[in-house]
Design a protein around this ligand. Structure first.
Ligand SMILES: Cc1cc2nc3c(=O)[nH]c(=O)nc-3n(C[C@H](O)[C@H](O)[C@H](O)COP(=O)(O)O)c2cc1C
Length: 338
C-alpha cells in the first residue's frame, strides 16, 4: 500500500484530490458521498458579496411593491432586512459538521472592509482554511494592472492579520506576470495558491442576437496544461503550497501536477461530467502508478519535474515555443492540408 498523504495549507490531506469550489456542496448527502468516495478536502462554494447585494436589492424592490399594496403589513414588520451571508454561513457550518475532512471556505467580496468582515465570519463558522477567490475580469480601461494587483495583495495582508486559519488565494492566469504577483503574495504570507480559476466568458446567440452565458465545463485534454506549467515554474521557489486547478479529469493528470511540483489538485468538472464514483477511479490510477514506479509516498516524486529540479530548464523557455512552431513538417504529417 502506498501512502498518498500530502500537506497543503498546514493541513494533512489523506490524498492530493480536493473538490474545488462549486455548487456540489449544496446538498449534504452529496458532500458525504464525496467524502466516502475519497475526497481529501472540500472547498465550500464562494460567498459572493455581489450576490448578497443583488438579493438584498431585489428584496427591497419586492418589499416596496408589497408596501404599495399591503401598507399595514409593512408597518407591522418595518425592520425586515435581508439576512446577508447568514444562510451561507449556517450551511457552511452544517457541511463542516457533517464530514471529517477539512472544509475550506471561499470568499469573493467587493469592498475592502467586507473582505475582512466575511473572512472573520467564515472562520467563526468552522472553516479550516480560507480561499480568497480573486476572480477579476477587467472591464475598465482606466485601471492599471498594478492597481488590481496592489489591491489584492492589500486584501490578503488584511485578512492574514484578521484570521488565524491558513489563507490561500485562487488566481486567474491573466496577469501580465503571474509569477511576480505570486511572489508578492507569497511574501505577504499567502499559505497556498490555487492555479487557476477558470473564467466564464459570455457567448452570442445568433438566433436572438443577444448575449448568453452558458455554463461550460473544462475540456478533458488541454485545459490542465497552463496550470501545469505554472506548478512547474513555482515549485521550489515559494513558501506557500501549490494546488493545481482546471482541467483535471484523471489520475494521470493528478500525477503530472505532482511531478511538476503541485502539492494537491482541485477538481470540479470531472465530478459533474463523470459522477462522484470517478473519484475512486482517479485515486486508484494514482495508486497503481506509484506502486509500479516503486514510489512509497508522494514526497518521493513531488516536484521531480519542476523547473528548479530538472536538468533541461529550456522546456519552460520561450525557445521551446519557437521550436514547436518550426516543426512544420511534423504538423503537416499529422494534419495534412486538404
Ligand atoms: C457549477 C460551478 C460552480 C462554481 N462555483 C465556484 C465558486 O463558487 N467559487 C470559485 O472560486 N469557483 C467556482 N467554480 C470554479 C471551480 O471551482 C473551478 O475553479 C473550475 O471549474 C475549474 O476546475 P475544473 O476544470 O475542475 O472544473 C465553479 C465551477 C462550476 C462548474
Amino acid at each position: 500500500m502506498v501512502d498518498m498523504q500530502t500537506q497543503y495549507l498546514g493541513l494533512t490531506l489523506k490524498n492530493p484530490v480536493i473538490i474545488g469550489a462549486s455548487n456540489l456542496v449544496q446538498d449534504l448527502g452529496t458532500v458525504k458521498k464525496l467524502e466516502a468516495a475519497g475526497a481529501a478536502a472540500i472547498v465550500y462554494k464562494s460567498l459572493f458579496e455581489e450576490q448578497i447585494q443583488l438579493e438584498s436589492l431585489k428584496m427591497h424592490e419586492d418589499m416596496h411593491e408589497y408596501n404599495e399594496r399591503h401598507a399595514e403589513m409593512i408597518s407591522l414588520f418595518p425592520r425586515l432586512e435581508h439576512s446577508g451571508p447568514k444562510e451561507h454561513l449556517l450551511h457552511l457550518q452544517q457541511v463542516k459538521e457533517s464530514v471529517g475532512i477539512p472544509v475550506i471556505a471561499s470568499l469573493n467580496a467587493i469592498y475592502h472592509e467586507s473582505w475582512e468582515e466575511y473572512a472573520i465570519l467564515l472562520e467563526k463558522h468552522g472553516a479550516d482554511a480560507l480561499e480568497l477567490n480573486f476572480y477579476a475580469v477587467p472591464d475598465s480601461m482606466d485601471k492599471a494592472g498594478t492597481d488590481i494587483e496592489d489591491y489584492q495583495v492589500k486584501v490578503l495582508d488584511t485578512i492574514k492579520k484578521a484570521v488565524r486559519i491558513p489563507v490561500s488565494v485562487k488566481l486567474s492566469p491573466f496577469y501580465s506576470n503571474t509569477l511576480h504577483l505570486v511572489k508578492k503574495m507569497d511574501e505577504a504570507g499567502a499559505d497556498g495558491f490555487v492555479l487557476f480559476n477558470r473564467l466564464f466568458q459570455p457567448d452570442i446567440d445568433l438566433n436572438s442576437a443577444s448575449y448568453i452565458t452558458p455554463l461550460h465545463l473544462s475540456q478533458e485534454t488541454e485545459d490542465f496544461k497552463l496550470p501545469l506549467r505554472y506548478s512547474g515554474l513555482l515549485s521550489g521557489n515559494i513558501r506557500g503550497g501549490i494546488c493545481q486547478n482546471t482541467g483535471i479529469f484523471s489520475g494521470n493528470q493528478v500525477l503530472k501536477a505532482l511531478l511538476a511540483g503541485a502539492d494537491c489538485v482541485q477538481l470540479v468538472s470531472a465530478i459533474y461530467k463523470h459522477g462522484i464514483s470517478h473519484l475512486s477511479v482517479i485515486l486508484s490510477e494514482i495508486e497503481k502508478w506509484m506502486e509500479a514506479g516503486g514510489y512509497q509516498n508522494i514526497t518521493a516524486f513531488k516536484g521531480m519535474l519542476s523547473r528548479s529540479r530538472i536538468k533541461d530548464p529550456f522546456i519552460f523557455k520561450r525557445a521551446q515555443y519557437v521550436d514547436i512552431l518550426l516543426k512544420s513538417d511534423e504538423i503537416f504529417s499529422r494534419y495534412p492540408l486538404r
